[in-house]
Write a protein that binds this ligand. Structure first.
Ligand SMILES: N[C@@H](CCC(=O)N[C@@H](CS)C(=O)NCC(=O)O)C(=O)O
Length: 100
């Protein structure tokens, strides 16, 4: 099986990370978890990807988006996967084009 397109940088028992995890599950999205160092100053990997040392951070290889801040990530997932997300918009366009 190919690697999931989404990587979530997270910390054990981080409520902000759990919020993002819930949203990923809600949309049944495959993702890989990367648990970061508990010590803020040791989080070089996430800093390299996102420019910040806070988690959660997601990297979405499908869209090229790297994003921090749980509220922004949830909004992003709603926008790309939710009722009015990219797939839904494409499906709507297909239906609209049928029969014409
Ligand atoms: N506003 C951020 C808060 C994230 C946050 O505070 N995460 C904690 C872990 S639960 C963290 O990375 N703390 C280290 C820091 O604040 O630099 C969000 O909603 O994502």
């Amino acid at each position: 099986m190919s690697d999931p397109a989404i990587t979530l940088y997270r910390l054990q028992a981080c409520p902000f990370c759990e919020r993002v995890v819930r949203k990923l599950h809600e949309y049944d999205l495959q993702y890989r978890s990367r648990f970061v160092e508990p010590m803020h100053s040791d989080r070089d990997v996430v800093k390299r990807h996102s420019g910040v040392r806070t988690v959660p951070v997601i990297v979405d290889e499908n869209t090229g988006v790297t994003m921090a801040e749980s509220a922004n990530i949830v909004e992003y997932l709603d926008a790309t996967c939710g009722e009015h997300g990219v797939d839904a918009a494409a499906a709507d366009a297909t239906v609209a084009g049928e029969g014409s």
